[in-house]
Design a protein around this ligand. Sequence first.
Ligand SMILES: [Mg+2]
Length: 231
Amino acid sequence: MTTTSVLYLFDIDGTLLRAHGAGARSLDAVFAARWGVTGAMRGIDAGGRTDPWLVDQVFVQRLGRHATAAEIDEILAAYVPALARELEASSTLRVLPHVPDVLDALARRDDVHVGLATGNIEAGARVKLGAAGLLDRFAFGGYGCDSADRAALVARAIERGEARAGAPCPRERVVVVGDTVHDIAAARACGVRVVAVATGWTSLETLEAAGADAVMPDLSTLPDWHAATLA
Ligand SMILES: [Mg+2]
Protein backbone atom coordinates (compact mmCIF):
# COMPACT_ATOMS: atom_id res chain seq x y z
CA MET A 1 0.00 0.00 0.00
CA THR A 2 1.30 3.45 -0.86
CA THR A 3 0.77 6.03 1.84
CA THR A 4 0.32 9.63 0.84
CA SER A 5 2.62 12.01 2.68
CA VAL A 6 1.55 14.33 5.45
CA LEU A 7 3.10 17.81 5.61
CA TYR A 8 3.39 19.54 8.98
CA LEU A 9 4.05 23.28 8.86
CA PHE A 10 5.10 24.70 12.22
CA ASP A 11 4.94 28.30 13.30
CA ILE A 12 7.91 29.32 15.48
CA ASP A 13 7.08 32.01 18.08
CA GLY A 14 4.57 30.82 20.66
CA THR A 15 4.45 27.36 19.05
CA LEU A 16 8.01 25.97 19.21
CA LEU A 17 9.68 28.55 21.41
CA ARG A 18 9.29 31.85 23.18
CA ALA A 19 12.01 34.43 22.75
CA HIS A 20 10.47 36.77 25.35
CA GLY A 21 10.66 39.96 23.33
CA ALA A 22 14.08 39.42 21.74
CA GLY A 23 12.68 40.06 18.25
CA ALA A 24 10.98 43.30 19.27
CA ARG A 25 14.06 44.50 21.18
CA SER A 26 16.18 43.81 18.10
CA LEU A 27 13.83 45.75 15.81
CA ASP A 28 13.77 48.57 18.38
CA ALA A 29 17.59 48.72 18.27
CA VAL A 30 17.69 48.80 14.46
CA PHE A 31 15.03 51.53 14.22
CA ALA A 32 16.79 53.58 16.89
CA ALA A 33 20.12 53.34 15.06
CA ARG A 34 18.81 53.84 11.52
CA TRP A 35 15.79 56.15 11.98
CA GLY A 36 16.26 57.67 15.44
CA VAL A 37 12.94 56.12 16.50
CA THR A 38 12.74 55.02 20.14
CA GLY A 39 10.35 52.28 21.28
CA ALA A 40 9.59 51.38 17.67
CA MET A 41 7.62 48.23 18.51
CA ARG A 42 5.73 49.64 21.51
CA GLY A 43 2.03 48.82 21.26
CA ILE A 44 2.42 46.69 18.12
CA ASP A 45 1.13 43.13 18.60
CA ALA A 46 3.62 40.91 16.79
CA GLY A 47 1.67 37.66 17.36
CA GLY A 48 1.10 35.82 14.10
CA ARG A 49 2.42 38.72 12.04
CA THR A 50 5.22 38.62 9.48
CA ASP A 51 8.53 40.45 9.84
CA PRO A 52 7.95 42.68 6.77
CA TRP A 53 4.43 43.53 8.02
CA LEU A 54 5.90 44.55 11.39
CA VAL A 55 8.52 46.80 9.80
CA ASP A 56 5.81 48.44 7.72
CA GLN A 57 3.64 48.93 10.82
CA VAL A 58 6.51 50.71 12.58
CA PHE A 59 6.83 53.03 9.58
CA VAL A 60 3.08 53.71 9.59
CA GLN A 61 2.83 54.29 13.34
CA ARG A 62 6.14 56.12 13.99
CA LEU A 63 6.99 57.76 10.66
CA GLY A 64 3.52 58.33 9.24
CA ARG A 65 3.97 56.46 5.97
CA HIS A 66 4.40 52.97 4.55
CA ALA A 67 7.89 51.53 4.11
CA THR A 68 9.31 50.88 0.66
CA ALA A 69 10.40 47.35 -0.22
CA ALA A 70 14.02 48.51 -0.11
CA GLU A 71 13.56 50.00 3.37
CA ILE A 72 11.98 46.75 4.64
CA ASP A 73 14.90 44.76 3.22
CA GLU A 74 17.44 47.15 4.75
CA ILE A 75 15.84 47.03 8.22
CA LEU A 76 15.53 43.24 8.17
CA ALA A 77 19.13 42.80 6.98
CA ALA A 78 20.27 44.78 10.04
CA TYR A 79 17.76 42.96 12.27
CA VAL A 80 19.28 39.49 11.83
CA PRO A 81 22.70 40.20 13.42
CA ALA A 82 20.94 42.34 16.06
CA LEU A 83 18.70 39.36 16.91
CA ALA A 84 21.70 37.03 17.14
CA ARG A 85 23.43 39.44 19.54
CA GLU A 86 20.23 39.88 21.56
CA LEU A 87 19.67 36.13 21.98
CA GLU A 88 23.30 35.61 22.93
CA ALA A 89 23.23 38.42 25.49
CA SER A 90 19.83 37.84 27.07
CA SER A 91 19.47 34.03 27.07
CA THR A 92 15.70 34.49 27.42
CA LEU A 93 14.77 32.05 24.67
CA ARG A 94 12.89 28.96 25.85
CA VAL A 95 11.84 25.90 23.90
CA LEU A 96 8.19 25.22 24.72
CA PRO A 97 7.16 22.07 26.62
CA HIS A 98 7.15 18.73 24.74
CA VAL A 99 8.44 20.26 21.48
CA PRO A 100 11.55 18.06 21.03
CA ASP A 101 9.60 14.89 21.89
CA VAL A 102 6.78 15.73 19.48
CA LEU A 103 9.24 16.52 16.68
CA ASP A 104 10.98 13.18 17.42
CA ALA A 105 7.64 11.36 17.21
CA LEU A 106 6.80 12.96 13.85
CA ALA A 107 10.30 12.34 12.49
CA ARG A 108 9.91 8.60 13.20
CA ARG A 109 7.12 8.41 10.60
CA ASP A 110 8.56 8.18 7.12
CA ASP A 111 5.34 9.45 5.55
CA VAL A 112 5.57 12.73 7.51
CA HIS A 113 7.54 15.76 6.30
CA VAL A 114 8.13 18.49 8.85
CA GLY A 115 8.64 22.09 7.80
CA LEU A 116 7.98 25.66 8.88
CA ALA A 117 5.32 28.26 8.16
CA THR A 118 6.54 31.32 10.00
CA GLY A 119 6.33 35.07 9.75
CA ASN A 120 10.03 35.24 10.57
CA ILE A 121 12.29 35.89 7.61
CA GLU A 122 14.36 32.76 6.92
CA ALA A 123 17.61 34.18 8.33
CA GLY A 124 15.80 35.24 11.52
CA ALA A 125 14.13 31.84 11.80
CA ARG A 126 17.54 30.19 11.55
CA VAL A 127 18.92 32.40 14.35
CA LYS A 128 16.01 31.57 16.68
CA LEU A 129 15.94 27.84 15.87
CA GLY A 130 19.73 27.65 16.15
CA ALA A 131 19.57 29.21 19.62
CA ALA A 132 16.84 26.69 20.50
CA GLY A 133 18.80 23.69 19.19
CA LEU A 134 16.02 22.93 16.72
CA LEU A 135 17.56 24.07 13.43
CA ASP A 136 18.07 20.58 11.98
CA ARG A 137 14.44 19.55 12.58
CA PHE A 138 12.95 21.37 9.60
CA ALA A 139 13.72 20.43 6.01
CA PHE A 140 11.79 23.22 4.29
CA GLY A 141 9.53 26.15 5.01
CA GLY A 142 7.65 29.26 4.08
CA TYR A 143 8.92 32.50 5.62
CA GLY A 144 8.25 36.18 6.09
CA CYS A 145 10.74 36.87 3.30
CA ASP A 146 8.44 34.98 0.91
CA SER A 147 5.53 37.32 1.63
CA ALA A 148 4.21 39.77 4.19
CA ASP A 149 0.91 37.90 3.78
CA ARG A 150 0.78 34.81 5.96
CA ALA A 151 -1.49 32.82 3.64
CA ALA A 152 0.97 33.36 0.76
CA LEU A 153 3.92 32.11 2.80
CA VAL A 154 1.93 29.04 3.88
CA ALA A 155 1.26 28.37 0.18
CA ARG A 156 5.03 28.59 -0.51
CA ALA A 157 5.70 26.18 2.37
CA ILE A 158 3.24 23.69 0.87
CA GLU A 159 4.93 23.94 -2.55
CA ARG A 160 8.35 23.33 -1.02
CA GLY A 161 7.02 20.47 1.10
CA GLU A 162 5.49 18.81 -1.93
CA ALA A 163 8.82 19.19 -3.77
CA ARG A 164 10.50 17.53 -0.81
CA ALA A 165 7.92 14.72 -0.68
CA GLY A 166 8.22 14.27 -4.44
CA ALA A 167 4.46 14.31 -4.99
CA PRO A 168 1.44 16.58 -4.60
CA CYS A 169 -0.12 16.38 -1.17
CA PRO A 170 -3.91 16.42 -0.71
CA ARG A 171 -4.89 19.49 1.28
CA GLU A 172 -6.48 17.35 4.02
CA ARG A 173 -2.99 15.92 4.63
CA VAL A 174 -1.36 19.32 5.21
CA VAL A 175 -1.38 20.56 8.81
CA VAL A 176 -0.47 24.08 9.93
CA VAL A 177 0.49 24.19 13.62
CA GLY A 178 0.36 27.65 15.17
CA ASP A 179 -0.60 29.71 18.17
CA THR A 180 -2.63 32.64 16.78
CA VAL A 181 -5.82 33.40 14.89
CA HIS A 182 -3.57 34.48 11.98
CA ASP A 183 -2.16 30.95 11.65
CA ILE A 184 -5.74 29.65 11.58
CA ALA A 185 -6.87 32.18 8.96
CA ALA A 186 -3.84 31.48 6.75
CA ALA A 187 -4.45 27.72 6.90
CA ARG A 188 -8.14 28.22 6.06
CA ALA A 189 -7.19 30.43 3.09
CA CYS A 190 -5.01 27.58 1.79
CA GLY A 191 -7.70 24.95 2.44
CA VAL A 192 -5.51 22.93 4.82
CA ARG A 193 -5.93 21.61 8.36
CA VAL A 194 -4.84 23.65 11.36
CA VAL A 195 -3.94 22.66 14.89
CA ALA A 196 -3.79 25.56 17.33
CA VAL A 197 -1.74 25.42 20.50
CA ALA A 198 -2.30 27.78 23.44
CA THR A 199 1.37 28.13 24.39
CA GLY A 200 1.63 31.63 22.95
CA TRP A 201 -0.42 34.66 23.87
CA THR A 202 -3.88 33.57 22.69
CA SER A 203 -6.36 31.66 24.87
CA LEU A 204 -7.80 28.23 24.09
CA GLU A 205 -11.25 29.81 23.86
CA THR A 206 -10.18 32.39 21.27
CA LEU A 207 -8.37 29.75 19.20
CA GLU A 208 -11.46 27.49 19.34
CA ALA A 209 -13.71 30.37 18.28
CA ALA A 210 -11.40 31.09 15.33
CA GLY A 211 -12.17 27.64 13.93
CA ALA A 212 -9.07 25.49 14.38
CA ASP A 213 -9.54 21.77 13.63
CA ALA A 214 -8.03 21.01 17.02
CA VAL A 215 -6.96 23.20 19.93
CA MET A 216 -4.42 21.95 22.46
CA PRO A 217 -3.08 23.42 25.71
CA ASP A 218 0.39 22.33 24.57
CA LEU A 219 1.83 20.08 21.85
CA SER A 220 1.97 16.90 23.94
CA THR A 221 -1.24 15.52 22.41
CA LEU A 222 -0.27 16.19 18.78
CA PRO A 223 1.03 12.63 18.14
CA ASP A 224 -2.27 11.18 19.42
CA TRP A 225 -4.24 13.62 17.24
CA HIS A 226 -2.12 12.56 14.26
CA ALA A 227 -2.72 8.87 14.96
CA ALA A 228 -6.48 9.43 15.26
CA THR A 229 -6.81 11.77 12.28
CA LEU A 230 -4.15 11.09 9.67
CA ALA A 231 -2.25 7.86 10.33
MG1 LIG B 1 3.28 32.36 16.60
